[in-house]
Ligand binder design. Structure first.
Ligand code: PPS
Length: 568
């Protein structure tokens, strides 16, 4: 017999065609909720049965029971609260008994929710129970506290259609599809490997050993929904997986992509992952070192012990009804030219090690990556996705008072970068932006923020695509500057330059005569006169043009860019 789903039956939540048509027609009158990326992932796996036995987003009683004792109210083991969080504004218009339409970002109706519960969760308590901490360094806690809405809606989901994904369609499977494939292949025992990282030789060896030891076939089942912020993007990873797949003996291994939104909840997450794989028809599940680990806390300490996930799993293994294949860290022995679990190392062995940090440094700097560590094709993909800094895009973000010299230096820098010629350069000068992007905006706090957000958006697009954006607005508010830094940093370099020329000098120069007008009260809310300027505290470069010509200032910036590796 094939593996029974969790709770006994695969719960696919799709309506049949006739019902779906009816529900679709009615849904035009329901309040519409636009799903977040995470909610869309959750809904997808609810509807396709990967989250069996759930029949919708958790109601309050199930939620409390899951948080408290890792079980649904009826006692079935379920470690992760799957909840639909919404805003106060949306919650105002709905209540128990209503139906709401759940839509993708383009407005396509994916499902309806029959609301039975509406409540305001105690998020600190949820964080404490589910993640064992309220430390915001934990990505799951951060999401819960800073991104999830304040109100939860629970109730049964009626599936209309799955979310559309245009990438790697052939590699995305529902539990029924994968079960069908296993059946067709005659696979009775299947060991699943969960991953959110590129696979290297150590992983290949580990999974291969797991399959051999359990005499099972292997499912490489990477997460492509949402993983830990900062992870390698899934497009790159999937290309890597396809290369590594060539390394397994023919017909023993399958690759399938899982549209899961991870929570990085360590031990609880490991159990959740196992239940999902059981629903996909797997009989075994690999749990390695620090499974679904969220990194370190505010004190630099790991949130969970390296083998906590294995311990918790073991406690519930019988009830989970999927066999854990626990693994120690794999290390490479030079003298034996092979990988072994770290507890099999003999005193005389010579262990080679390349930490994740060192590996990334070598990738970034184009340095050698040894053959024992990874496969050349994988390294090539990763190098392409993470080019050295001198091939990445970056943003130079000037901030400072009107007349401080931002534009002049920015123009000098523009010319020097064009002369260098390594990448396309765009200058988003304050005045130019005000004319082309933000002509309708005033100088109120709200409008200034909006203006900076727009500049940040354009700069991040330029940076992402490998170009150079030079921005030169006043940008008087620290929080808004930080926001821009946070959007751009993940896609390339961000160098903030505080042009610190004091207001007396700016006013003396008064190139545009604006200070005179502001003093005379003809312009209200002028930065530095009767409007705030928050001095940057973490700018990469500070330039005071009282002492420095624009030419020298631009030169200094160029030298810093060189030191940081952005220009050669
Ligand atoms: S902001 O705050 O970042 O949105 O400002 P920014 O878009 O850079 O626009 C600044 C230019 O607008 C002119 N100007 C004013 N500046 C500050 N306060 C008030 N009230 C104001 N009204 C007009 C001024 O010429 C600024 O240009 P720069 O190049 O900074 O001198």
């Amino acid at each position: 017999a094939f593996k029974e789903p969790h709770g006994g039956r695969l719960k696919e939540l799709y309506l049949n065609e006739a019902q779906a048509d009816q529900e679709k027609a009615k849904a035009t009158d329901y309040p519409s909720w636009d799903l977040t990326q995470r909610q869309q992932c959750d809904l997808d796996l609810l509807m396709n049965g990967a989250f069996s036995p759930l029949e919708g987003f958790l109601g309050q009683e199930d939620y409390e029971s899951v948080c408290e004792r890792m079980r649904l109210a009826d006692g079935v083991l379920w470690p992760m609260p799957i909840t639909l969080d919404v805003s106060e504004a949306f919650a105002e218009g709905v209540g128990p008994g209503d139906r709401i339409a759940l839509r993708d970002p383009e407005g396509v109706l994916l499902a309806t929710l029959e609301v039975t519960d509406l409540w305001r969760p105690d998020k600190s308590q949820e964080a404490e129970k589910v993640f064992g901490t309220t430390d915001l360094r934990h990505p799951g806690v951060d999401y819960l506290m800073n991104r999830a809405g304040p109100v939860y809606l629970g109730g049964r989901v009626h599936g209309i259609e799955p979310p559309t994904y245009y990438d790697f369609k052939l590699l995305r499977d529902t539990p029924s599809e994968l079960r069908g494939r296993f059946r067709k292949l005659g696979w009775r025992k299947v060991v699943a490997f969960q991953t959110r990282n590129p696979l290297h030789r150590a992983h290949q060896e580990l999974t291969f050993r797991a399959a051999r030891e359990t005499e099972a076939n292997l499912l490489i089942h990477p997460v492509v929904g949402m993983t830990k912020p900062g992870d390698v993007d899934h497009f790159t990873r999937v290309r890597c997986y396809e290369h590594v797949l060539e390394q397994y003996p023919d017909q023993t291994t399958q690759l399938s992509l899982l549209n899961l939104a991870m929570r990085m909840a360590g031990p609880r997450e490991a159990m959740w992952h196992a239940i999902i794989r059981k629903n996909y028809g797997c009989t075994h599940f690999i749990v390695g070192r620090d499974h679904a680990g969220p990194g370190v806390d505010s004190n630099g300490e790991p949130f969970y012990g390296p083998y906590d996930a294995q311990d918790l799993f073991r406690e519930h293994e019988e009830e989970l009804d999927i066999t854990m294949v626990p693994f120690r860290n794999m290390v490479y022995l030079e003298n034996r030219a092979e990988y072994v679990p770290e507890d099999d190392v003999d005193p005389g062995d010579s262990v080679l090690n390349l930490s994740g940090t060192e590996f990334r440094r070598r990738l970034h700097e184009g340095l050698d990556i040894p053959e024992w560590f990874s496969y050349p094709k994988v390294v090539e993909e990763l190098r392409r996705a993470h080019p050295p800094r001198h091939e990445q895009g970056f943003t130079v973000f000037f901030t400072g008072l009107s007349g401080s010299g931002k534009s002049t230096i920015a123009n000098a820098l523009l010319v020097k970068l064009l002369e260098d010629g390594s990448r396309p350069v765009t200058l988003l000068d304050g005045d130019v932006v005000r004319k082309n992007l933000s002509s309708e905006l005033t100088f109120s706090k709200e409008h200034r923020d909006l203006n900076i957000q727009r500049i940040g958006f354009v700069a991040s697009e330029i940076t992402k695509n490998g170009g150079i954006a030079i921005c030169a607005p006043i940008a008087p508010y620290a929080a808004t500057r930080r926001q821009v830094r946070e959007t751009i940093s993940p896609v390339g370099g961000f160098i903030e330059i505080f042009v610190s020329t004091p207001i007396e000098i700016c006013e003396q120069r008064d190139r545009k005569g604006l200070y005179a007008k502001a003093r005379a009260g003809l312009i209200k809310g002028f930065t530095g006169i009767d409007d705030p300027y928050e001095v940057p505290e973490n700018a990469e470069i500070v330039i005071n043009t009282t002492e420095l010509t624009p030419d020298l200032a631009a030169h200094r910036i160029l030298i810093t860019l060189e030191k940081l590796g952005y220009v050669k």
